[in-house]
Write a protein that binds this ligand. Structure first.
Ligand code: GDP
Length: 308
């Protein structure tokens, strides 16, 4: 079994490739994006993975269901409600049903299994934790805003002073997620945002110690190419956490819990000349890690499967 730690829009590309190329994968999904909206429990990263694997994802947007309509939102707006978060009509069925199941007493792991089965997927998507905790952006004046609200409602317009994982001290990694990590022959950190996708998973109390023990089978795929994020606010968040927003900063961030790191060929010379010697325990590998289409997702997945 191969287990992949994943966020949303960047991670899903590799997860899709691995799902096509490997018989037996398990995904541990970030849950720190989850939030309540209109009384519904929304899990953006879990849904992106499930829609992505079942070919329902709106690939252009990177979130939501393809060819969705937005009538619900339009009617909500006529009643004067805020409509900053885009909830499509088809997408809404997931949130309504998930909320109902939560209210019936099912936990997020059980509910996510229900959805993966309904979407016909032969894969385990495991929430990292069944306990709610959330990524908050800290802005000037110590104001805390949920990551989704910051990014979608405020369009990332306010300076980011810090990112915290509110209530993470109460979170525990679920037993199925822990077992998946222990039993896997390979653990992959998808090329997700290190602060808001992979960071919240590896920061759950107890996780770093567990991952240190499993380090020899952990492979990280870089979300940075030529010192820049392929998409999204990766550098902004790294800076806010006082991590140099470049390859060295990324390598240092994961160095204690990873034995292999895969970077783009474009970065080979910089890493080999300037960085590698400072991290003698890490194996650095290079290939094309830019996934601009399904073929490239599969190529990267095949590279991983055949080399590790
Ligand atoms: P989010 O939850 O929507 O923020 O998505 P993720 O955290 O899963 O993905 C965002 C990260 O994926 C960003 O840091 C991007 O740089 C990275 N990313 C996006 N597309 C690619 C790609 O094709 N290749 C690689 N290596 N990284 C990518």
């Amino acid at each position: 079994m191969i287990t992949i730690l994943a966020g949303g829009t960047g991670s899903v590309k590799l997860v899709r490739g691995m799902y096509r190329e490997s018989e037996n994968i398990t995904i541990i999904s970030n849950v720190a994006d989850n939030f309540w909206h209109y009384g519904l429990y929304v899990c953006p990263d879990i849904d992106t993975i499930i829609y992505g694997l079942s070919n329902n994802l709106d690939k252009k947007k990177g979130w939501g269901v393809k060819r969705d309509s937005f009538n619900f939102l339009k009617y909500m707006a006529t009643l004067g409600t805020e409509k900053w978060f885009n909830l499509g009509d088809k997408d809404l069925t997931t949130h309504v049903l998930r909320t109902q199941l939560l209210k019936e007493g099912r936990n997020l792991t059980e509910i996510t299994k229900f959805f993966t089965e309904k979407y016909g997927l032969s894969v385990f998507v495991l929430p990292a934790s069944d306990t709610h905790y959330e990524s908050n952006i800290v802005t000037e004046g110590n104001k805390r805003i949920h990551l989704q609200e910051y990014w979608i409602k405020y369009q990332g317009s306010v300076p980011v002073c810090d990112i915290i994982y509110k209530d993470i001290e109460k979170a525990r990694v679920t037993l199925p997620a822990q077992e998946a990590l222990e039993e896997s022959k390979l653990i992959i950190f998808a090329p997700g945002n290190p602060i808001t996708s992979i960071g919240p998973i590896i920061s759950i109390p107890g996780m770093k110690n567990l991952l240190k023990k499993l380090k020899n089978k952990i492979v990280m795929i870089s979300p940075l190419i030529s010192n820049k994020a392929v998409s999204g606010p990766c550098e902004v968040y790294m800076k806010a956490k006082n991590i140099p927003p470049n390859l060295r900063g990324l390598i240092d961030f994961y160095s204690e819990i990873t034995s292999t790191m895969i970077f783009d060929q474009l970065d080979k010379s910089e890493i080999e000349r300037k960085i590698k010697n400072d991290y003698p325990e890490i194996k650095f590998c290079y290939t094309d890690i830019l996934m601009t289409n399904l073929r490239k997702e599969s190529l990267l997945a095949r590279y991983i499967i055949s080399n590790f």
